[in-house]
Design a protein around this ligand. Structure first.
Ligand SMILES: [Zn+2]
Length: 254
């Protein structure tokens, strides 16, 4: 009996090792084709990995600031222990330098949103978009002594951005971010904005949310963050070195 028990245990243990071993080799194969299926293998083997696979992430991205609303936005984010990414226009950084510092000091990410915010200016030559973001970097550095390479093109990277302009930005090391949840906040009231977020986040594990520094959006922000928190999202800032998500790469999922 005792011997049989030991034998059974040995079989169980060796089977587990084989299972894990097979699993790891499968991961390599699966990873080579598509990283979206990794969790099939992990499900029964590593509880901690399953947890991270199920993690829900929301990136709140805030365009067109900083502004007179920035401090209120930051206070609301802090209430929910949430961090955001601010895509800032050059003249607004110059008008609101204290808000630029406040963004950083509260653990949010600073990104850039051009000088002109005008597609005719931005794409008038192959290098003009890159030059506008270089100018953003300079302005930001003068205010904070810090660097950032995260950018968002005005009106998104498609359909307006010429291929050459996009390539110049990538070659210069800029990480270009678009979104997959447009709250339509510029034409909505605060109730509609929250409803848009609720509708479009259903069954989504990861979401890049576009909002602007507008009165109605500031009024909606508490409701947005409350909903995302209740739905189990971690509301985190974009990191400098992470793979960007944009319409050119095609890794945003609607
Ligand atoms: Zn904008």
């Amino acid at each position: 009996m005792h011997k049989n028990l030991r034998k059974t245990l040995a079989i169980i243990l060796s089977t587990s090792v084989i299972t894990i071993g097979t699993c790891i080799s499968n991961i390599k194969d699966i990873y080579a084709n598509s990283n979206s299926t990794i969790n099939i293998c992990y499900d029964n083997s590593y509880d901690n990995v399953v947890e991270s696979e199920e993690r829900k992430i929301a990136y709140i991205t805030i365009d067109d600031g900083p502004s007179k609303y920035t401090d209120t936005i930051i206070n609301t984010l802090n209430k929910y222990n949430a961090k955001a990414t601010f895509f800032m226009i050059d003249r607004n950084m110059k008008t609101y330098p204290e808000q630029v510092k406040n963004i950083i000091n509260n653990g949010n990410t600073a990104g850039f949103h051009s000088v002109s915010h005008d597609i005719h200016e931005l794409y008038k030559s192959n290098v003009s978009a890159k030059e506008e973001f270089d100018k953003n970097k300079e302005t930001f550095h003068e205010i904070t002594n810090l660097e950032s390479n995260i950018i968002r093109l005005p009106y998104g990277s498609k359909p307006y951005t010429p291929t050459k302009s996009y390539e110049m930005l990538v070659e210069a090391g800029y990480k270009l971010w678009d979104w997959d949840l447009d709250t339509q906040d510029w034409k909505s009231n605060s109730t509609q904005i929250v409803e848009n977020v609720k509708r479009y986040t259903q069954n989504k594990k990861e979401v890049v949310i576009l909002i602007h520094e507008k009165k109605q959006t500031v009024e909606a922000l508490d409701g947005i963050l409350k909903h995302l928190t209740e739905q189990g999202y971690d509301i985190i800032p974009i990191e400098q070195n992470q793979q960007p998500q944009n319409f050119w790469i095609g890794n945003l999922y609607n």
